[in-house]
Write a protein that binds this ligand. Structure first.
Ligand code: ZN
Length: 122
């Protein structure tokens, strides 16, 4: 089975996720696979409670978004790695080939349709 088309999809997804992440986070200098949410612009003059509350809410939203993007990016990077080492397209539970339609729906799938619900292989 040729995985070129998934390789392309995954490479594009990786670039997209990295640029999305770069808007709200920066790479951890000690661990390039880890991203840290940028602190919002702190205005030391802000004393208004509702403004502070907004700022913390914004931080929380960004942290949630960052977490999702980072998790997705890790999954993409992992899939690219699996293409490189020849494990891509093979179910990690039963070692059978993953159905084409499943990979088309989710190029990051690591398990076949039968095992798709097995945690933590989502
Ligand atoms: Zn399986």
């Amino acid at each position: 089975m040729a995985f070129e088309k998934y390789l392309k999809i995954l490479e594009e997804e990786k670039l997209k996720l990295e640029s999305d992440l770069a808007k709200i986070a920066r790479k951890n200098p000690d661990d390039p696979s880890d991203w840290q949410v940028k602190a919002p612009q702190m205005d030391p003059m802000v004393s208004d409670q509702s403004e502070l509350a907004d700022m913390f809410e914004e931080m929380e939203n960004q942290a949630g978004l960052e977490f999702q993007l980072e998790r997705r990016l890790k999954s993409v990077v992992d899939s690219l790695e699996r293409i490189r080492n020849g494990q891509y397209g093979t179910c990690i539970v039963c070692s059978n080939p993953i159905e084409e339609r499943r990979l088309e729906a989710n190029p990051m799938a690591k398990a076949c349709i039968k095992h798709a619900k097995y945690p933590p292989f989502q």
